[in-house]
Design a binder for this molecule. Sequence first.
Ligand code: IMP
Length: 196
Amino acid sequence: MRLVLVSENPHKARELAAALPGWEVEPWTGPPLPPETGATFRENARGKAAFGRAHGPPGAWVAGEDSGLEVTGLGGRPGIFSARYAGEHATDDANTAKLLEELDGLEPWSREARYVCALVAFSPRGEELAVEGTLEGTITEERRGSAGFGYDPVFVPDGETRTVAELGDAWKAAWSHRARAARALAGALGERTPTV
Ligand code: IMP
């Protein structure tokens, strides 16, 4: 089955495809996406999915994704603003630098964090599915590794000693917040497939 991921981030389509074997996951090739206006990951994901439904290819599933990093010592920031934490169109490097700066000197517990991924999908008939995946971890004091994107060089998942950027793509395909959300979506899709 075909599923179009309504996202301008090519990393996400690749990661979702790796986590959804058996699906033809296609990147978004439609018009530019409007700005995010939701107050939650799920609202933003739904907004992208709805845009995909209106402007994407007919006959395919469309999915909107929104994800980010919540840090305990920052009261859950950057949250839905993760991509533009250091300003509109900020680079991953600038966002990570700001994060490390803000956490500098704070108590160790402040560095507890979680990645969150919300996925909302519409079937060709308009049936809506919404799922979420999370990955708990800790923010390091220095960057390590080169795989992945975003905050991966400073995020160590619980139970690991290496950052996500050191653990690599295969690890992410199996265990990331996006992989967990994708599995939940695959489960939900599987349950509904016969009726579509
Ligand atoms: P979005 O494109 O509005 O969903 O923003 C997602 C932002 O959250 C990215 O730009 C990253 O800063 C962060 N993020 C989401 N998922 C990941 C991940 O898997 N690794 C690292 N950073 C992530």
